[in-house]
Structure formats: C-alpha cells, structure tokens
Design a protein around this ligand. Structure first.
Ligand code: IFM
Length: 445
C-alpha cells in the first residue's frame, strides 16, 4: 500500500473536536435479518430499473451480525464517535403498534458496544426507511406522518436516549422530499409536484413535532442533518444566475429557512405554493423549535443552466470542468467552507455545527489516494471555517465502509474500509490508515 498521508493532525483542531465516521442502517445492516418489517425501499428495489444491477438491501454489509468487527474498525481508526441510524421498520415493523424486541435488542447491543469501545454514539432517527405500511398511507405526503414519526422517535429515545451523545431527527430532508417525490430517484420514486410540495413541508413538520416531544420527555442535544450542494451558474447570463439561485433556494435554503427563519424562499413558493398542504403557513412555530446543534452533509457542487423549454423550475445540471468522483460529482472543497460560513452566519455563529457527512465514491479497493486527497482538502476547509469563527465542533467522514449506495447499488464505494460483498471481508484502505495516523498523533500527518 502507498503511504497516503493527511496534512493535518488532531492538534490543529480545537480541544474536544469530535472526529467520527458515519453509516446508515439500511445501507449496512441487512434488512432481511432480525424481524425487520418492509420499508418503501423494498418496494423501490423490487421495481425493475430502479437499482443498478437489481440489487437490494437484504444482506448489505451483514452489519447486523458483524457489528462488533465494524465497531472495532471505528475504534481502531482512533475515532471518537460513530454516527449511525436506527431503522424505523426494524423497530416497528408496521410503522406503528407493537415493537420488534429483536430489533430493539440489536440497537441495545450496538450502542453498548460503542460505549464499551469509548465511542460516542450519534444517532439519526430517520435515514430514509419509511415503513411500507405507512408508505401505503401516503408516507411523507400525509400530514399524519408528523405524529407517526414522533411516536417512533419517542419510543427510540425513551429506550436509548440516556446512552446517546447527540441525536438528529432526520437525515437530508432534501433527499427525503425533493429527490424522492419530485425527481423520483429515491423511494418512493414519485415525480409529482404536489407530492413533493407536501413532502417538503411535512418533513419539517415531523422534525419540529418530534423535537418538541423529545424535549418534553427530557432529551437534549437534538439536531437535524441537512445536505448542501454548491449551486454554480454555468455562465454569467442573468437567466443562468437566476436558475442557479433557484436551485440554491430549493436545495440549500428551503429547510434552513423553515428551521431558522420561519419562512420558505419566495422563488420556491412561486412554483410550489399552489401544491402546498392546507394551512402550511401556521406550522412554522413547530418547525422552528430551537435546536442544540446542526449537521451539514457536503459532497460537491452542481453547475446549473437555465432550461427555458421545461416547466418550473426550468433549470438543468450541466457537466462542470473540475475533477470528478466515481459519482460524477465535482470535487469542490470551497463549497464546504461556503456552507459552514453560511450556516454559521444564519445561526449567529452560536449554534454548534458538525460536518455530519463528507466523502466520495472511488473504486480503488485499497490504495485510495484520491479519497485521501479529498479528505485532506475538505478537512482543510473545516479548519479554515474554524479559523474564521464558525463554531464547528466535529467532522464525520462518509463512510466507514463500502455499502449500499441507494439507486447505485453496491457499485459506488464510499468506504474508508473495503468490503468484499461475496465474503464480507473488511479491509481498511489507505485513507483509513492515513486518518488514524493524523488523529492519533499530534504531529503533522
Ligand atoms: O450514501 C449517502 C448517504 O446515505 C446520505 N448522504 C449521501 C451519501 C452519498 O451519496
């Protein structure tokens, strides 16, 4: 293996800075084990043409059985924290009603396993697994989802909350709502503006309703994780700039607008208002329930051009000039600095911010020097943000190990640990070793 190194060390970051890595239940556990109920992803995977190579999540990384080895990999990398998600249908196979004790026991073991290894557990309550029974009732399109999600969240937190360091209600509401109900790329695979408008609002209503209930139950260190993508105009024509601003508003401003400003961007409402659920204007006090921290997932930028022949929002993504990852995503660390500052400003530089995901897909099985470079430049952006006064408290790489990359199946490898999906053998890549070296010493990597 080549000697990949990172140019920073732990001592470059403030005392107590949290170095972690992240993964999500459906992407690694194996949804076929332990009495989990079906989710809308089972339906989506069973529909021809949705997932590369017609793959599914029944076995995934078999983390359900191999979690001890996986937590050892987190601890042995010298990391402080592990960000994981809990599967709603594993805990409540019907989405509501009787819990699956086997599922609850699994998370008991997993969380205790983190604590035994000195790892901080950072939980995400919803990383995209809507139970199929609730999807049948409309899922994110149905306003009742706020109460379904809150009941599930209370069940989880009243069982595990005393052992969890930080809790995010939801991961990436843009993906939950827009990518899944307007663009149709993720479950439930809808391309429907009314469904999208309802989901864009209900996802935030569910978040705020759950935060209020969890607070009332005495839980703290509550947050949310949003994804951001830098919106780069393809040229400087006024219509191109307007197109990039609209993409920015849908992707990057809608959710923080609701949460921190009790409002949605006007240019998005120009398209969505006729399709919004009744009474949406009255929900902002719930949506903007104060949080303890905010998570930023950042990967790339998009280059945007106007698309005058298409209906609203009338823009498209065009290829950009920068080096790209295996996802075809441009490598643009400046975007991470941009969003850390933007969210820092929006929250008066008072709210603790975490990079809750950052990483890239790269097919290189062991000598992943491109990943190491990517990590170096993005940790560098994090350091620049801290120097400029952003209260950035931690950084979670995505991902611990290669896993199910949603519609792309198992082809796109985001892990610092290679997984052979035939044998389930785990092999740490060069980036894992480089990170270990950088954070376990106080010398420059
Ligand atoms: O794998 C996903 C993850 O589930 C959510 N954030 C983006 C990652 C890479 O696409």
């Amino acid at each position: 293996m080549d000697n990949a190194t990172l140019s920073f060390s732990r001592s470059d970051f403030p005392e107590g800075f949290v170095f972690g890595t992240a993964a999500a239940a459906l992407q690694i556990e194996g949804s076929g084990y332990g009495g989990a109920g079906p989710s809308h992803w089972d339906t989506f995977c069973a529909t021809p043409g949705n997932i590369a190579n017609s793959e599914n999540t029944l076995v995934a990384c078999d983390h359900y059985h191999r979690w001890e080895e996986d937590l050892d990999l987190v601890r042995n990398a010298g990391l402080d924290a592990y960000r994981f998600s809990l599967s709603w249908p594993r805990i409540l196979p019907e989405g509501r009603g009787t819990p699956n004790e086997e599922g609850l026991d699994f998370y008991d073991r997993l969380i205790d396993g983190m604590l035994e290894r000195g790892l901080q557990p950072w939980a995400t309550l919803y990383h995209w697994e809507m139970p199929a029974a609730l999807s049948d009732l409309g899922g994110w399109r149905n306003r009742d989802v706020a109460n379904w999600f809150t009941d599930y969240s209370r069940l989880v937190m009243n069982r595990f909350g005393d052992r969890i360091e930080g809790t995010a209600t939801l991961n990436e509401p843009w993906c939950v709502a827009w990518l899944s109900h307007f663009l149709g790329h993720h479950a439930p695979g809808l391309r429907d503006i009314r469904a999208a408008a309802h989901a864009m609002h209900h996802v935030l209503l569910a978040h705020g309703t759950a935060v209020q209930a969890l607070r009332a139950d005495g839980h703290d260190n509550l947050g949310i994780v949003c994804n951001f993508e830098y919106s780069q105009p393809a040229d400087d024509k006024p219509e191109t700039i307007r197109a990039a601003e609209l993409n920015d508003a849908i992707y990057n401003r809608w959710f923080v607008g609701g949460i921190f400003e009790k409002t949605y961007p006007t240019q998005v409402l120009e398209g969505l208002a006729p399709h919004m659920p009744q009474g949406w204007q009255d929900d902002f006090d719930v949506i903007a329930t104060p949080l303890d921290w905010f998570g930023i997932n950042y990967y790339t930028r998009s280059v945007i051009a106007a698309d005058p022949v298409s209906l609203w929002p009338s823009y498209m993504t065009v290829p950009g000039p920068l080096p790209k990852t295996d996802m075809g995503w441009e490598i643009y660390p400046e975007g991470l600095l941009h969003f850390l500052k933007r969210v820092g400003d929006l929250t008066d530089r008072k709210m603790p911010i975490y990079v809750t995901e950052n990483g890239l897909a790269d097919s290189e099985p062991v000598n992943d020097l491109v990943r190491t470079d990517y990590m170096d430049s993005h940790f560098g952006a994090a350091l620049d943000a801290i120097k400029s006064g952003v209260p950035l408290k931690g950084f979670f790489t995505w991902s611990l190990m290669d896993n199910f990359e949603w519609a792309f199946g198992y082809d796109k490898r985001f892990g610092m640990v290679h997984v052979d999906f035939e044998t389930q053998k785990r092999t740490p890549k060069a980036s894992w070793h480089a990170l270990r070296q950088a954070i376990s010493t106080n010398q420059p990597g």
